[in-house]
Design a protein around this ligand. Structure first.
Ligand code: GLU
Length: 305
């Protein structure tokens, strides 16, 4: 087996002091408060060996990485009918784009852009009695981690100025693809984005996408193998907004970024790896995070291709 601890430490040291050309997201004011030089990595294998470096155990705002979790629960509850309301095509557009929705008549291109995740939240509200609580319970169960929580501060900060998401939700509703009250859907969406997790917690929660035999401590399986394969496929083609091709090209793993500066990547049947570095490139993805993962899959020759 590779010496993963040494490999991640070496790459960490190589990149720690490089000139980071990214910028911390501040369109959600609370995210702008985070120190720009945070840098952490965790890798966890499917047999639960875990390797850490830097700020790997510090919680941060996972933002759009939560879109994988909301999709997973909605797919579990709704089954294939989910795809009547959502597509699975790369958007080639920024994460918060409105223009494509007009052409696509309110059917979002995929579940990993904001429009798609907002529809997924609407689907979940249709299934769950207490959406915020039930979703949090689901996250706690699949990660076997009762310490997971939302950040009310971050959720309220986004709610106070999430004008684009408000526009997206109303626009989709005008096409009939949002069934519930717009304020309720947005409130739930902002809370899901505000989940706080460390790199280590993120690697652990996504092991169910790497491990075909995954069951929770309560003995429940989460989704079928076929559903996990499909989620990984959408992650590969759509996980990085209009930079998804670039991520597949440079890193070669299914993955997802968030504007909090986190990136998770999954190697099916092997591991999950998470990097956190808050400065984002122009496309909204962590600049150092992408560089780290490119070096990691190159050094370990462990992309899926
Ligand atoms: N809550 C963020 C938004 O809706 C998520 C975006 C992201 O992480 O890419 O703008």
């Amino acid at each position: 087996m590779e010496n993963y601890q040494k490999i991640i430490e070496d790459i960490y040291l190589d990149l720690k002091n490089i000139d980071d050309v990214g910028k911390v997201a501040d369109y959600i004011p609370e995210l702008g408060e985070v120190s720009a030089d945070k840098f952490g990595i965790n890798m966890t294998t499917i047999d639960n060996k875990s390797f850490d470096v830097g700020n790997a155990n510090e919680k941060f705002s996972i933002q759009s990485i939560s879109k994988i979790l909301t999709l997973t629960l909605a797919y579990k509850l709704e089954g294939e009918k989910l795809w009547e309301r959502l597509d699975v095509e790369p958007s080639g557009n920024p994460f918060n784009s409105l223009s494509q929705l007009e052409k696509d008549k309110g059917k979002p291109r995929n579940p990993f852009i904001n429009a798609g995740a907002i529809v997924v939240c609407d689907v979940l509200i249709g299934h769950l009695k207490n959406p915020k609580k039930d979703f949090l319970d689901f996250c706690r169960e699949i990660s076997n981690n009762s310490c997971l929580n939302y950040s009310e501060k971050v959720a309220e900060s986004e709610k106070a100025c999430g004008y684009r998401n408000v526009a997206l939700c109303n626009f989709i509703k005008s096409f009939g693809n949002i069934k519930n009250d717009v304020d309720e859907v947005l409130d739930f969406y902002f809370y899901t984005c505000s989940l706080q997790m460390s790199c280590k917690e993120l690697s652990q929660i996504f092991l169910f996408l790497a491990n075909d035999d995954f069951i929770t401590n309560k003995g429940n399986s989460i989704i079928t193998m076929s559903q996990a394969k499909r989620i990984n496929a959408i992650l590969l083609t759509c996980g990085f907004y209009d930079e998804s091709g670039e991520f597949a090209f440079r890193v070669g793993l299914p993955g997802k970024s968030g504007v909090g500066g986190g990136i998770i990547a999954i190697h099916p049947d092997e591991y999950c790896i998470t990097v956190w570095s808050p400065k984002l490139n122009k496309r909204g993805n962590s600049y150092k995070g992408m560089l780290f993962l490119e070096k990691f899959t190159t050094k370990t020759a462990s992309s899926i291709f």
